[in-house]
Design a protein around this ligand. Sequence first.
Ligand SMILES: C[S@@+](CC[C@H](N)C(=O)[O-])C[C@H]1O[C@@H](n2cnc3c(N)ncnc32)[C@H](O)[C@@H]1O
Length: 510
Amino acid sequence: MASRRLRTLKRWMKSKGFQWSDALEFVDTPEEGIAVRALCELKEGDVVAKMPKEACLTTKTSGAREIIEEAGLDGHLGLAFAIMYERSLGGDSPWNGYLQLLPYQESVPIVWTLNEVNELLCGTELHQTVQEDKALIYEDWKENILPLLDLAPLKLNPKFFAIEQYFAAKSLISSRSFEIDDYHGSGMVPLADLFNHKTGAEDVHFTAMSSNDDSDSDDDDSTNDGALNEEVAFTQSSSVDMTASNIANAGNCTASDLESSSDSEGDTSMLEMIMIKDVSSGTEVFNTYGLLGNAALLHRYGFTEQDNSYDIVNIDMELVLQWCSSTFSDRHSRARVALWRRLGYSACGNQNSEYFEISFDGEPQIELLILLHIMLLPDNAYQKLDLSVSVTGNSHESNVGTTLLNGYIFPNKASNMSKKSLLPKNTCDALMSLADMRESLYGLNSIEDDMEALERCSLVRERKVFHSLMLRINERKILEKLRKYASPAVEMNKHSSPRKKLKRTTKKTS
Ligand SMILES: C[S@@+](CC[C@H](N)C(=O)[O-])C[C@H]1O[C@@H](n2cnc3c(N)ncnc32)[C@H](O)[C@@H]1O
């Protein structure tokens, strides 16, 4: 039996022209919220849900459109204002039936208190990012939203536009919004946002047909007529309106396919959820929010996954320089870093925040290995290399997948060969030191303490503690693997996996 809030949502969706397969069931539990389940077998290619763009909550459809446009509130700032505005209308909002189902906020770290952020995220990839996010979000609100509350003709009720409401709206956007099209930008897509996420094992995809004609926007350069824009960031499906013409055998719960927009001559007014694999009866139907590590999942969606192979740990350039300063003079370190750069190497990030990635397998980025190696070169070897770079330029990469630096061979970026087997001992020692320094950022608790704490922790009652422990522990396990990688005693797997192309996803801003 569906919960009252789900029944209200379904009535609202029907009244707005949403369609969903009767083979989908929405399940609402107090512990886990809403999930979507297959009531019978679903087949790859089935269109299981259709959502009218006009019924999505966007800066174009909201009653606040004029205010948003006049105030120049772009992107997510405008969408957050639209959410606060529609919430302020209560029962008078056209989205009331949808808004009543949403949580007040999603428990993502931007809505945690600063104390919680400092305590729970200390040392993790998210700590600094979330501190910065909180400050930036506050500034955005103060600069753009607060002044609107003083404009009498707008008659905005300050209660619904306070900083807490802004943070809450931002948390809903980060965890539930979709990129709709060039005209609407990102928006809240009812029904699509009921599906939970599974990394790399999703069942449905969210698709949006680019609309060129339903727009009065002046950017006429959207050339992808009828092209399917696949949104990799989550989504789900919902059940079909029984009146949909192409539902077969609904009474017997045979999965029915809604007419796809791509079949119906590029109907750009509808968004769709399409099955990308067969799903058997009784199982949950998952979307994907992207191939994300735990830091990014917690940051945007408020949860983590056990054994997430997209996890990474970063070692900041600052930490590397700190290690250098404990062994070498500043002059030495600066000269070696400069040579490393002249050889054409760089770290991830930008000049203000450079970092090196350690993959889920504990493998450091090759650029870090080369920097450490150059840092540790004896003076005469350094001078020889420096001279040869001055004479021949930075032609240090050969074509055969390796780089030869003063007698040591390093694999090139694209190369697959094991890096460890080629590492000089002093580079391994430096890696060990860096692993220890990175580990110390987590504070006094050992990884064993964290694991015990996780065992005692209730996912339902202590969600923030649970997911932050999961993040910490998995990051620390990567550092353990880095130590193994750098340890001369352990024979490494010579067929190490190719580095996954991972970005530092935690730097995202909503
Ligand atoms: C788009 S909503 C999905 C529907 C949501 N379960 C609800 O109750 O409305 C995204 C949110 O669902 C939850 N969620 C999604 N996938 C999850 C997963 N694999 N594990 C835990 N929570 C998940 C997170 O709270 C996330 O912010």
